[in-house]
Design a binder for this molecule. Sequence first.
Ligand code: NAD
Length: 357
Amino acid sequence: MSEQTYLLPAEKVRAMAEAIVRAMGAGAGRAGIVADHLVTANLYGHDSHGVGMLPKYVAGYRAGLLRPAQELRIVSDLGAALVCDGGMGLGQVMGREAMRRGIEAARRHGVAVISLRNAFHLGRIGTYAEQCAEAGLASMHYVNVNYIAPLVAPWGGRDARFGTNPFAAALPMPGEDPIVLDMATSRTALGKVRVARNRGERFMAGALIDARGEPSDDPEVMFSEPMGAILPFGEHKGHALAMICELFAGALTGGETYRPERRHPAAIQNNMLSVLLTPEAVGGEAYAEEARRFRAWVKASPPAAGADRVMMPGEPERRSAEARRREGLPIDARTLAELAGAAAEIGAEWPEGLPRG
Ligand code: NAD
């Protein structure tokens, strides 16, 4: 049965998110960073990484695993290579601070590599690519996931062995929006399966297998025990990229690759390896002109059946944000009820007029 979905003003949803993060003991600045991040994910159409994540954060906080007051710790600083430990602090705050330092380092040295290990959920990874692009830097970000139940089956396997290991990259375009790739290396993010389950919908074919390793379109396979698995995107190639994300983020940073013995129902840990490039330092003095020429050539391809135009990565998110700012954020009753429950558990004020599911 399909649940009711409300269309809610972004500002009201943001106020609710900020109140929940503040009630976990984070100051206004930190709570604002997390609330902006989550609401932007909703605006961009990534409800999987929007405010619907907050009940998980509250569970992590109540279990003593998420530490909202944690500061970023610098483990080593070689100038162009910086190793940071997030100490299971708010991922959005740790990620933003690590990138701020990385941007400074890349401005000084031309390029910078930032290892961020042991942060609580970093959320939508494109955020960090956009932060670098705003500063005029191109960047790449490799991420792995720990503590959660394994979600993704390796290509050729029948059960889940690792997380949805996202990869993001962005190219700044002076005077325009950046080109932003931001994707899970699985066929879908788990949150999208959660959204489908909460809305009572079937899930797209070819994305999930059940606990026996057989194809399924039932989102419940990811929320029952024994659990099924999500398949990698792009068959063996997605699997191969997921392996690189796991090893760059989990091993090269000095963090950890997926460890089944760390599994905990109330925690999500991310590690991230980021490479920040100043265009001039890598020979890109005229890159924007070259990028515009290529983009125009690609976009001139006649639209295929069912498509209205060719887009660059990052465009679907901006289109979604335009529409959702106008029409409101679609949030289903089950997600709202989970949020209202989490808010009540930690004594966060619920904004007046916001439905409780
Ligand atoms: P997606 O499949 O919706 O989009 C992937 C990329 O494809 C985006 O860059 C998008 O701009 C581009 N794209 C989509 N349609 C396009 C089109 N028609 N033309 C051109 N480009 C197009 O994203 P996803 O894989 O579902 O990931 C969702 C989010 O989940 C991301 O923000 C990711 O960072 C996040 N995530 C986070 C974690 C974590 O542990 N923190 C784990 C997994 C995913």
